[in-house]
Design a binder for this molecule. Structure first.
Ligand code: G1P
Length: 294
């Protein structure tokens, strides 16, 4: 098992976004904004704040606009500079990964999350890496990936962000179960299951889309068969890797919003708007008015 530092992160962005039609008919779901920033920008910012240096996007057809978003827009920048909009300009520049540190590769077939991650094997090479699923937007004092990086210093191995969900929701996610060990501020995972049938989940601990994984996962993903839905599941390959490596689960301290669902997306918008001093007061008033009206 490698204890090299985590420098690279994978962002799987090939999904079609069918849960969010018609919004996603012509634009990628990752480009929908939460307040005024595309979801993918929130997630890249989270990774950068955690110290990630290389950003690897697993894209698909019709996702080119994500690549455009992470490029410099000269005309726009010149215009902003001429008009003295220096703050906006600074923010745009701060959101860009360094030249040469952003890589786009395509998942040519929609064979599931496990296959998407496997597509990055040659780019990652022989080092542990971060994986961030852009559908899931954490919101807290500290970014989820920053918290995981800190915990990883103590645990090493493989580390997964977890969040307790209502038992009625467990069938929508990967679920982890544990040995009761809190010694390192993280719990040793003893099993995991992808989307258990309702009423059969071993716990309420949702695998929330933030991972630090060892590169040995790639060999297992290569051999992993598709499940009954036709997808190669990352959870199944992690379950195999558990036979030879430690897996730790860490309960994220903040909130998590599933932006693949309408309610989660609305929730995220309100939570992030409340962080903005220019918006917070008016948003509160707006919500109050809606509640009173209904
Ligand atoms: C994926 C993972 C699942 C995880 C979820 C979080 O599922 O397979 O384990 O809980 O992301 O969003 P998907 O949402 O791709 O179906």
């Amino acid at each position: 098992m490698s204890n090299k530092p985590i420098r690279k992160a994978i962002f799987p962005v090939a999904g079609l976004g069918t849960r969010f039609l018609p919004a996603t008919k012509a634009i990628p779901k990752e480009m929908i904004t939460v307040v005024d920033k595309p979801i993918i920008q929130h997630v890249v910012d989270e990774a950068r704040a955690a110290g990630i240096e290389e950003f690897i996007f697993i894209t698909g057809r019709n996702k080119n606009v994500i690549e455009e978003h992470f490029d410099q827009q000269y005309e726009l920048e010149t215009l902003l500079s001429e008009r003295g909009k220096i703050d906006v300009l600074k923010e745009l520049r701060a959101g860009l990964p360094q030249a040469g540190n952003v890589i786009f590769t395509r998942q040519q077939n929609p064979l599931g999350l496990g296959h998407a991650v496997w597509c990055a094997r040659n780019i990652i090479g022989d080092e542990p890496f971060a994986l961030l699923l852009p559908d899931m937007l954490p919101h807290g004092e500290k970014g989820c990936m920053s918290e995981l990086m800190q915990i990883y210093q103590k645990t090493g191995g493989n580390l997964i962000g977890l969040k307790n969900v209502d038992p009625s929701e467990t069938h929508k996610y990967g679920i982890a179960s544990f040995d009761e060990d809190n010694s390192k501020n993280a719990r040793a995972i003893n099993d995991m299951v992808e989307k258990p049938a309702q009423g059969t989940a071993p716990s309420n601990s949702m695998i929330m889309g933030r991972y630090i994984l060892q590169p040995e996962i790639f060999d297992l993903l290569e051999k992993q068969h598709a499940d009954s839905s036709g997808e190669i599941q990352l959870t199944d390959a992690m379950r195999q890797l558990m036979k030879s490596q430690d897996f730790w689960g860490y309960e994220y301290q903040g909130d998590i919003y599933d932006c693949g669902s309408r309610l989660g997306f609305l929730n995220a918008n309100i939570a992030f708007a409340m962080d903005d001093p220019e918006l917070a007061k008016s948003v509160k008033k707006m919500l109050k008015r809606h509640v009173e009206k209904n």
